[in-house]
Design a protein around this ligand. Structure first.
Ligand code: NHO
Length: 355
């Protein structure tokens, strides 16, 4: 048995994905027929010869195929096709409904298609369930490779009712709050912790892209939609940005970091107030299915709550359902290239077994 695979993107996650794929043994032949290193350069041959993953970094490339050309190429191969999107491209994401309609299955950590407008989400899943439609697996769009989307889907499909989802779903914001707000009094400064997070590689080049909460809001949108809440978009509910209003206009991330210490006193006050109540601050996403509300922002938790003892950049999610009246709690590393890549590869292998 064989499948044809197209890999799009060879950045942080993409290159870790290729390394893992190169080294696995699997009963199905995983034939990589197309590899787009970036939006300009690709490796492929018109007779579907496998791309040599050992030499892809230096091998001569061709111009990438347009998305309609790529769909046609994959559809015309001898084996069922899987597209692995390791980019954050909105253009590629917008083309998922068409790929799926044409029988191309998708495995991806790219959140864009699942967290933009509701219409794209609906098209993806209705095309996937139509006869001949491709399969869609996107476990690594939330919590890296932590098993969140699979179990949540299983609960919904088997008739459980989701009541509440609450989680810390950003590696960078988890690290910042775990370091900043502890059960012991501390004078650790917000700006210092943000700088350390940056040095450790947890933050985007411009830290505001993590601190504005929008990436987190996309993850909450995905979870709410799986639970049956038809969220219009990640900007249709309150998101508490950690970027002070006055610093939104800074021209660069470096200027933002330089001015951030002016706001340390605000964070110190907030965490001191929480400590006085026997609580710590955490940056969380909440979905309340009974009241149909969503939010992303700072919340307070007592010292014995599972969110309070989180370590490093770990993620945690708590899912309360009709069956799980004591919430189902899933916790572990929620960031990092190898971890994310294995979530994507595991999804691609599941697809290969099903198509
Ligand atoms: P990169 O390193 O920018 O790589 C993207 C590559 O795609 C680039 O090489 C670019 O040239 C190529 N590309 C873009 N458009 C293309 C096109 N049209 N055709 C062909 N190639 C194209 O990005 P990453 O970091 O590898 O991320 C890839 C995807 O994984 C993104 O959708 C990202 O959101 C997702 N993702 C990444 C990570 C991570 O570890 N970097 C995580 C989760 C999801 O859990 C991880 C994490 O750390 C989460 C987060 N930082 C947190 O929670 O704090």
């Amino acid at each position: 048995m064989s499948v044809n695979i197209a890999i799009i993107g060879s950045g942080v996650v993409g290159s870790a994905f290729i390394k893992q794929l190169k080294n696995i043994k699997f009963p199905i032949n995983l034939n990589v027929v197309y590899l787009a290193k970036n939006s300009q350069e690709a490796l492929y041959s018109s007779d579907y010869q496998p791309v040599d993953l050992a030499t892809y970094e230096t091998a001569p490339t061709k111009a990438t195929l347009s998305l309609p050309e790529l769909a046609k190429f994959l559809k015309s191969g001898a084996y069922p096709p899987i597209l692995v999107d390791n980019t954050s491209s909105p253009q590629l994401a917008a083309y998922y409904p068409e790929f799926i309609k044409q029988g191309v299955s998708i495995a991806t950590p790219n959140k864009k298609a699942f967290s933009s407008d509701l219409k794209t989400w609906e098209e993806i899943f209705s095309n996937s369930s139509a006869p001949g439609g491709g399969l869609v697996y996107h476990e690594a769009t939330v919590g890296a490779a932590l098993p969140i989307i699979g179990p949540l889907n299983d609960l919904v499909l088997t008739g459980d009712k989701i009541k509440k989802i609450e989680g810390i779903l950003s590696g960078s914001l988890s690290y910042i709050f775990n370091s900043l707000s502890t059960s012991e009094p501390s004078t650790t400064k917000f700006s210092d912790v943000v700088n350390v997070a940056k040095e450790l590689g947890f933050l985007e080049p411009d830290p505001r892209d993590d601190l504005n909460g929008m990436d987190f809001a996309r993850k909450v949108t995905i979870l709410a939609r799986i639970a049956g809440f038809q969220v219009e978009s990640p900007s249709s509910f309150p998101v508490d940005s950690l970027v002070p209003k006055e610093l939104e206009a800074c021209a660069t991330g470096a200027e933002f970091l330089e001015k951030l210490p002016q706001y340390d006193a605000d964070f110190q006050k907030r965490k001191d107030e929480a400590l006085a109540e026997g609580k710590v601050l955490r940056y969380v996403g909440q979905v309340d299915m009974d009241n149909k509300t969503l939010s992303v922002g700072i919340a307070k938790y007592s010292f014995d709550h599972p969110f309070s003892s989180l370590k490093g950049s770990d993620n945690v999610i708590s899912i309360t359902t009709e069956r799980y009246t004591n919430p189902l709690i899933i916790q572990g590393a929620g960031a990092g290239a190898d971890i994310t890549a294995h979530g994507v590869l595991a999804d691609a292998l599941k697809i290969a077994q099903r198509i």
